[in-house]
Write a protein that binds this ligand. Sequence first.
Ligand code: FAD
Ligand code: NAD
Length: 465
Amino acid sequence: MKEIVCKLLVIGAGPGGYICAIRAGQLGVDTVIVEAGKAGGTCLNIGCIPSKALIHAAEEFDKVRHMSSAPDALGISVEQPKLDLAQTVRWKDGIVGRLNSGVLGLLRKAKVKIVHGPARFRDGKTVEVETETGTQVIRAETVVIATGSEPVELPSLPFGGPVISSTEALSLTTVPKRLVVVGGGYIGLELGTAFAKMGAEVTVVEATPQILPQYDAELVKPVAKRLAELGVQVLTDTKAKGLSGQGDALLIETADGREQSLPADRILVTVGRRPRTEGWGLEELDLDRAGRFIRIDDRCRTSMRGVHAIGDVTGEPMLAHRAMAQGEMVAEIVAGRKRSWDKRSIPAVCFTDPEIVTAGLSPDEARDQGLEVRIGQFPFTANGRAMTTQSEDGFVRVVARADTNLVLGLQAVGAGISELSSAFSLALEMGARLEDIAGTIHAHPTRSEGLQEAALKALGHALHI
Ligand code: FAD
Ligand code: NAD
């Protein structure tokens, strides 16, 4: 049996793990990373990147289809387009492949040793990996658990046959005629919208009274409007009960207690993700938990000395950029630097149509903390760039302390608005006040002018409204 001894061992090469290993390698830490699947983890292989690729392809197809079906305001006419989803998926796989090798290249450049295969703890300092060439034992001073998450399965709708998770949905080679999506959260709405644009008849079944229940109703309104325009049927307050006898319909219970059957060629279940805590010997470690997640402190230390955990396995928000920020911090700590989690903002973007972006506190969250707030909101109907790109739905909103004008939170909904997330986070990290945003020259004509106008509005002197 072969044995490697190293200073740092990272388990899982998703965005949390690979960033941790790269940074540790850059800092001269003798690092090994173990990955059971492909470098890049959920995000790169079956998550962020492939979903955004399909969303883009669907958007392009929908645009052309729209131009072909009605006289176009811009004066463009085209023949009826066709979509070859198998080709779209090959294109998406090409991007994933490029990024896969990119991550492996970056790891090698940082002199990180990569071991392929599933890792299993023997004890807090020793791991066994089943590689193609036999069992590899790795002993390390510090171990970072970055095993990520996996889709939640509903007991009444186990994955298999027509019932699929996001992983299968991202590799379908034909567009299902009727797609029922169970769960109107991030994945359900991002992918549900994409499939509706590709021509599927989509129904979304959401258990709570609102789709995207994590956002306030005002932010979600433009998304709900667009779903209706795309012909997506949205059933809120509705429970999925199971598959019909023939397996060709979803049985549901609606808000008023009626049982109904929704014919479906595919049923995409997107009701959340759970930490991957099984199959790698967690029981050998006896780590404290926070619910189903591994409990960590402000340095991503677990309850066991020398064992850190980062990313989805440690809890919400389960976002790639949070995992990466944790990975970078832990690498620096292992290299002897003084670091702790002091981030003021983890921005979140929902890539629906239109997109939603949030950072910091919403108006309700600020009020719940007993803060008196000043709110400024600017609609894209008053923004020249939005008019010239034919997408005027949505707004930018700023939430600030009423006494000091310190910005507490920023939210926006609108086409392409995900790119504002960096301005939002920067404002929060730098402790911006309304006057800072209002006094910054924003290039014209851009949607980002909405941010400046929202700050001006909160100060009582918006210029374009
Ligand atoms: P993961 O990316 O899950 O990586 C964990 C890795 O560990 C995997 O590669 C796994 O194979 C490996 N592993 C697990 N156990 C072992 C073991 N025992 N031995 C060896 N290797 C092991 N987030 C965003 O921020 N933006 C988005 O737009 C976005 N879109 C998404 C779309 C979809 C469809 C999905 C499913 C997720 C999306 N996410 C998005 C969430 C994002 O993918 C995760 O937050 C992120 O991947 C978490 O990173 P991680 O490093 O914690 O874990
Ligand atoms: P989610 O938590 O975003 O949404 C799940 C939805 O399913 C919720 O609205 C919930 O009320 C609903 N639900 C739960 N049980 C149900 C049931 N039995 N019947 C009907 N509805 C039910 O989860 P997700 O969409 O699976 O995504 C998982 C995680 O992945 C997200 O929380 C996020 O962290 C990450 N993600 C992020 C992005 C992004 O950043 N753009 C995109 C995709 C995924």
